[in-house]
Design a protein around this ligand. Structure first.
Ligand SMILES: [Zn+2]
Length: 93
């Protein structure tokens, strides 16, 4: 079983094996995010879609979900810098 140094939780975790159907983002996510954190995002994604009433048939809707996903998984352009972690705020529940 492959392990991944997860940028989301900062731990070494189990790599994601299931297909994510995310195009070019898929390789990045599988290289940087553990399966546990991905599972958390899958739960969060449902809330994001409901809260923003996202229409996934819409390019802007898909874009919004992608941005939320990157923020949640800490996959910003500066994912390696501590700045991203400092600026990260979990959505209010
Ligand atoms: Zn993780």
């Amino acid at each position: 079983m492959a392990d991944v140094a997860c940028v989301t939780c900062g731990q070494t975790g189990t790599a994601i094996t299931a297909p994510l159907f995310l195009g070019k983002l898929e390789a990045e996510i599988k290289a940087k995010v553990c399966a546990d954190c991905w599972k958390k995002w899958e739960g969060m994604r449902v809330m994001v879609i409901n809260e923003y009433q996202v229409n996934l048939g819409d390019e802007s809707g898909r874009d919004l979900v992608r941005k939320q996903m990157k923020a949640f998984l800490k996959l910003g352009e500066q994912a390696d810098s501590s700045k991203v972690a400092e600026n990260f705020r979990p959505p209010a529940s």
